[in-house]
Design a protein around this ligand. Structure first.
Ligand SMILES: [Zn+2]
Length: 238
């Protein structure tokens, strides 16, 4: 069996053009995507749309929780987090629970108990809440050594977006593919983080569709497997 890759798309909460472009590009090619949605910012049309998509094509998307409202609570320059050192256990728990409640009233069983911390920021308290609230998957930007928990850690180590001195752009499709290929020999599952909002220009959209085309070709030749968090979880239990 070939190596496993997952693609996570973050900050989904409304049906704007960037989201629709991204969603359709992946769907048209049969590429499964893990959508990390912001519970406290979702609108009704978005919820309906995603619910229907998951009902129709359950193997092509996962719906997972991305924080609560994606607020930055860090007061220090250079760091951002919704959950992290400046926030007590209780406030972290309240926000995560609010998010869970919104997720379950919006999607019921169609969403997966998986948590993605905004800005990939978190501390030991966050992990404790994630554990206590029964999340099955935690996906941030890297593995945290030494914290053995009940949940599975599926970090997205590679990012399609690049950030230079406050400017956001995207890498070339070939570079992203190269980075993924490099990681694949070292890990059981490689994760790619994308932000649909960063594909605004026609040049960046071309890189996205080019990347999706590459990936769809590798997938159809069975060289790579593109998996969802739910695939990994059900693989573990079977
Ligand atoms: Zn985010």
């Amino acid at each position: 069996m070939g190596p496993n890759v997952f693609i996570r798309d973050d900050d989904a909460h409304t049906l704007n053009k960037a989201f629709r472009f991204y969603f359709d590009a992946a769907m048209d090619r049969g590429l499964p995507i893990v959508y990390a949605v912001i519970p406290g910012k979702m609108d009704e049309r978005f919820i309906r749309f995603l619910r229907r998509a998951k009902e129709r094509t359950p193997r092509l998307l996962d719906i997972v929780q991305h924080g609560w409202i994606h607020a930055n609570h860090s007061v220090r320059n250079g760091t951002k987090y919704e959950f992290g050192t400046g926030r007590s256990l209780n406030v972290q728990r309240d926000d995560i629970r609010q998010g869970q409640m919104k997720m379950s009233e919006s999607f019921g069983d169609l969403c997966l108990p998986a948590f993605v911390p905004p800005y990939h920021g978190f501390d030991e308290r966050t992990l404790r809440v994630i554990n206590e609230e029964g999340f099955k998957v935690f996906s941030a930007g890297g593995r945290r050594p030494g914290s053995r928990k009940q949940f599975l850690q599926l970090p997205a180590e590679i990012s399609f977006s690049r950030y230079d001195e406050g400017r956001t752009s995207v890498y070339k499709a070939a570079d992203v593919l190269g980075l993924l290929a490099k990681g694949i020999s070292r890990r059981a599952i490689s994760g790619l983080l994308t932000h649909h909002a960063d594909f605004k220009t026609s040049a960046s959209r071309k890189e996205l569709t080019r990347f999706f085309d590459f990936l769809a070709a590798l997938k159809s030749k069975k060289e790579w497997r593109v998996v969802l968090f739910s695939d990994v979880l059900s693989g573990l239990s079977s």
